[in-house]
Ligand binder design. Structure first.
Ligand code: NAP
Length: 317
């Protein structure tokens, strides 16, 4: 039986593993289909403190993993498809391997950016296609970019990208935007933002050096055209990776795990959640890592038989 099992190996899971291992709790870390999480699909990470010259996403994740291993964290590859939470120890069922028992579980399975599923999209990730303006916007200084989507994320990313790009075109599949009025207004008032409404993206066009255009179909005329661009930011929403939980934890209507305010404690005592799987607001590597640290400390307290502190109870008291 394991004292602590961490599911997921993005910045939150690996930070949790480092803290648990340093507390001699010998965590078992289960790596899913995308070891290292979303940072492994970005190139340079320039906003993670401590790296003045930036660091490549995969290298950062590799370093975190080595750090966890140095203190005794054990890793296995697997896909958890069920957690029996009705009794402790918890029982984790994995596809194709034996059941794992755990006194505490940290869920750090992250969220995945939704993609369009059009030709050229995944092939050109990191070659001009991105799903994260905060991560990659800087590389488009003085260039032309397209943001795809009509929600708040698309408006926010478009506005953010105008700090770097000369022209930011928002391409949306309908004439109407889903974004809140205030976010639409910000985008509409921004002189660097142009619009490609009622256009369905059908293909990412790329050459030897990366993206050169986006092929779209005008929904009214049926005409196809290629909009020239240096970069394409897909901003059509995220999906937390919580399907495998089969509803055992409280989530919001999109599927983000709900934690007690100021903690990483879920509605099941002894199961904690950190990183993007419970955060739809900040979604940064550094905030994920911070919540991973919190989850490890919360699990440690729980294993010692102490109640996990609820900071919200302290406010004003
Ligand atoms: P969202 O509200 O679900 O919007 C997704 C957008 O992408 C929609 O316009 C949708 O088009 C489009 N889309 C979805 N699938 C598509 C596809 N296959 N092809 C083309 N377009 C597609 O997602 P979000 O913008 O990420 O926002 C998620 C939540 O976070 C919202 O509650 C939002 O308010 C919140 N948020 C808030 C802020 C803020 O306040 N600062 C910033 C970001 C996000 P349709 O409209 O046609 O469905």
């Amino acid at each position: 039986m394991h004292k602590a099992v961490v599911i997921g190996t993005g910045p939150s899971g690996l930070t949790a593993a480092i803290y648990l291992a340093r507390a001699n709790l010998e965590p078992l870390v289960i790596e899913g289909p995308q070891p290292g999480g979303q940072l492994t699909i970005t190139t340079d990470v320039e906003n993670f403190p401590g790296f003045p010259d930036g660091i490549m996403g995969p290298e950062l994740m590799d370093n975190m993993r080595k750090q966890a291993e140095r203190f005794g964290a054990k890793f296995m590859t697997g896909w958890v498809n069920k957690i029996d939470h009705t009794n402790r120890p918890f029982k984790l069922s994995l596809e194709g391997s034996e059941e794992i028992e755990a006194e505490s579980v940290i869920i750090s399975t992250g969220a995945s950016a939704k993609l369009l599923g059009i030709p050229g999209e995944t092939e050109n990730m990191g070659r001009g296609v991105s799903a994260c303006a905060t991560c990659d916007g800087f590389f488009f200084r003085g260039k032309k970019v397209i943001v795809i989507g009509g929600g708040d994320s698309a408006m926010e990313e478009a506005n953010f990208l105008t700090k770097f790009a000369t022209d930011v075109k928002i391409v949306h599949r309908r004439n109407e935007l889903r974004a809140s009025k205030i976010m639409q207004d910000y985008a509409r008032k921004n002189e660097k933002v142009s619009w490609g409404l009622d256009k369905t993206p059908i293909e990412v066009v790329a050459g030897e050096h990366g993206v050169t255009g986006l092929k779209v179909k005008d929904n009214e005329s049926g005409q196809e055209e290629i909009i020239e661009t240096d970069g394409i930011f897909v901003a059509i929403g995220h999906r937390p990776n919580t399907d495998f939980l089969n509803g055992i934890l409280e989530t919001d209507d999109v599927g983000y795990i709900q934690v007690k305010p100021g903690t990483t404690q879920t509605n099941v005592e002894g199961i904690f959640a950190c990183g993007d799987v419970q955060d739809k607001i900040y979604r940064q590597a550094i905030t994920a890592a911070g919540s991973g640290c919190m989850a490890a400390l919360d699990a440690e307290k729980f294993l010692e038989g102490n109640v996990v502190h609820d900071w919200s109870q302290s406010i004003g008291s």
